[in-house]
Ligand binder design. Sequence first.
Ligand code: SF4
Length: 78
Amino acid sequence: MYYTKVNQDNCIACGLCQIISPDLFDYTSEGIAFTKMDANAGNAPIPAERFEAFLAAYRKCPTGAILRSESPFPATEQ
Ligand code: SF4
C-alpha cells in the first residue's frame, strides 16, 4: 500500500502529473498540483488500479515534487 502527496513548494506547475494521472492529481488555480483523493493530505491509499499511472507521474515529475510513502503522511499545519 502506498500513499502520495505533492510537495507544493517544489511543484513548478508543469501540468505533467495531471495529464499522466488525472484520477489522482488536480491543480489549484495557480496550477500547483495536489492529490484529489485526500486534498493533498497524503492519508488515503493509492487505489491498486491507479498505481501504474501514479508511478509514471511520480517518475516523470521534473522536480521530484511528488512524494511517495508506504505509510500515511502525518498531518501538517497549512
Ligand atoms: S509533475 Fe511535478 S512539477 Fe509538474 S505539476 Fe505535477 S507535481 Fe508539479
